[in-house]
Design a protein around this ligand. Structure first.
Ligand code: BDR
Ligand code: CA
Length: 312
């Protein structure tokens, strides 16, 4: 199985991504590294523990990481995810504990320990933990198999400012470091995640499953209301699960190897992923920038895997 570390700020869509990964025998989740993002770190960390317990995986190591961006105050998204970050269903207070180690140390140690080119990083929140690990131990960058991240937007513009997507906007300096790192990078921006919308049928199907399916249905119901009201969209974009979907079935996705740089200075454009889709700059490609998804097959896969996990 392919070894991955999910770096996350759960989040309802983060939760579905984690569950999809845990349900997939092709992937071995080495641990979760937690970052501040959708809500402050204490809450994202607690949410991660709840998700592990819901999945019956109290054994999975969870590490709390950076509680604020490299150079800026934290921006959160309670209006999208609710006060807890995981509103929609009440889950019991977690019994399992966080690991004592800091997430950045976990990232560094794991990449040093495992054979080079065998660990994939899956960041689905702001890039603070990953950037801090790369800055502190630059030699680990070459040991990363691939980074498959959710973040950015180009044709689909922004969701937190007119030009920026949330994960990149929260910590543009961290994103800049990661995009310049030279590690192989696959990016799932809003351009693709806004094509991965839930449908009523899918949510109702989830609700008919057991405890896990019902939680997924309630989370997506809660999550959906925001995009429906704000953008008039037909369903909820399952942003973060697209990363795991890509790892499982890259053939469901299509993009281009292009140059992507992060705007860190712009008065109006801070956090923008400037994607050279038409290759007009001559700058070398540093990212596989995904733009399309076979939405129906992705949702079939998600249903199959979550059904399996729910019956365990
Ligand atoms: C991203 O921001 C968060 O709110 C979601 O979990 C996702 O990672 C979408 O812009
Ligand atoms: Ca997220």
């Amino acid at each position: 199985a392919r070894k991955i570390i999910i770096d996350t700020d759960p989040g309802q869509d983060d939760a579905v991504a984690i569950l999809l990964a845990l349900a997939s025998p092709e992937l071995e989740v080495l641990g979760l590294s937690i970052v501040a993002g959708n809500v402050p770190l204490a809450l994202t960390a607690r949410n991660a523990l709840k998700i592990c317990e819901l999945a019956g995986r109290a054994d999975l190591p969870v590490y709390a990481g950076c509680d604020r961006p490299l150079k800026r105050p934290l921006v959160t998204a309670e209006e999208v995810h609710g006060k807890s970050g995981l509103d929609g269903v009440e889950l019991p207070e977690p019994q399992m504990a966080l690991q004592p180690q800091h997430a950045v140390d976990f990232l560094i140690e794991t990449l040093r320990r495992e054979a080079p080119g065998t660990v994939t990083l899956v960041p689905i929140g702001p890039l603070t933990n990953i950037a801090t690990a790369f800055a502190r131990a630059p030699e680990i960058v070459d040991r990363v198999q691939e980074i498959v991240l959710m973040g950015g937007a180009y044709f689909e513009v922004g969701n937190i400012t007119p030009t920026a997507e949330f994960n990149i906007y929260v910590d543009p300096e961290a994103a800049d470091l990661v995009f310049k790192s030279g590690a192989p990078l696959t990016v799932l921006p809003l351009d693709v995640t806004h094509k991965a919308l839930t449908s009523r049928d899918w949510i109702e199907g989830m609700r008919k499953l057991g405890r896990l399916g019902q939680a997924v249905a309630s989370w997506t119901d809660f999550f959906e209301r925001y995009d429906k009201e704000k953008y008039g969209s037909k369903g909820a974009p399952l942003h973060d699960p697209c990363t795991i979907g890509y790892l499982l079935r890259p053939d469901f996705f299509a993009g281009r190897f292009i140059n992507v740089v992060i705007e860190t200075q712009g008065e109006f454009t801070s956090g923008m992923t400037v994607a050279d889709w038409w290759r007009v700059t001559g700058r070398p490609a540093n990212a596989n920038f995904i733009r399309d998804i076979d939405r129906d097959r992705f949702y079939e896969l998600l249903t199959d895997r979550l059904t399996l996990l729910d019956s365990e």
